[in-house]
Write a protein that binds this ligand. Sequence first.
Ligand code: PMV
Length: 352
Amino acid sequence: MPTLISKIPPLSTLVNQDEQIELRARAAREHRATALAHPNIAFIKYWGNIDHLQRLPANPSLSMNLADLYTVTSVTFEMGLNQDVLSINGTQVTGPGLTRVTASLNLIRTETGLNRAARVESESNFPVGSGIASSAAAFAALSVAGAAAAGLALTEAELSRLARRGSGSACRSVPAGYCQWLAGNDQTSVATSLAGPDHWNLRDLVVIVSQEHKSVGSTGGHQIADTSSLQPARVAGAESRLAACRQALLARDLATMGPVIEEDTIIMHAVMMSGHPPLYYWHPATMAVIQATQQWRREELPVYFTIDAGPNVHLICEAEHAPAVEAAARRIAGVQDVLISGAGGPARLIEF
Ligand code: PMV
């Protein structure tokens, strides 16, 4: 039975650093810690690696943490446990899911010399298959809780690196608010915050058109990105799109940022669709939402779309326009639900 989420107090995007230090000290004593992290939506996308094992991205990316959605993960290094045990939303997980978590915990164990297996419990307050990259929040929370439970005092950059090794985009869920992840080597390819959650009243409206589990996930997708002849062009232009997006973000200029994030999305999906094998993530309703977005803009509703590795569409607008966008999105045939979130804080330890 899921038990963690029900105990979470109302969240603030602000984090008390003294409390974090105290929680870290207690975690080191008890070999147990619980952390919370938000998923993030990329405005400039990461797609393709130059090193798959270390998850070193082909290009830099930029994202916003999603305050209203989160994953809570608790890690206990237990004496007498033979191997890591993982439960997600109350269900025990073995096989590739467990192997991936064990690989992240091994990085921590190697660093500390700790020779204990861990019990990991993880729960999210958003549905699987909802178009939210659940692995980003999951590996950010696992890294923060795992490092603390092992008594490892890591900097934000070191935690971001650890999270990246579990799931690339997870490194962007470690710092607060709007984050940039630079390409680089294993030490330098980490995410940093460009602006805190209170910088801009942006909203992400996740328009759910399908909850089906996708057949090729992002780990597999990154591995075939180079089979598209469009990938070199996408990578070559990523830096300048990121610079334009960053400048508009810092100036809170959605009219400039919106077209850049739409272009970046379409280029990534063109790479996906033209690879071998091709990845067609869109459904007919995905296209209907794209076309509706263009129509809403003609009607003076400022809203822009972005789409991750799936059929669901993220609509980005300022908070004052969110109710109108939500109502309009819900009227489109094939739309099942709309989840709404503002910008979120960093991954952090929580009291348990
Ligand atoms: O971190 P991954 O391996 O789940 O890859 C994320 C890929 C996209 O969501 C499509 C883009 C991004 O930058 O988040």
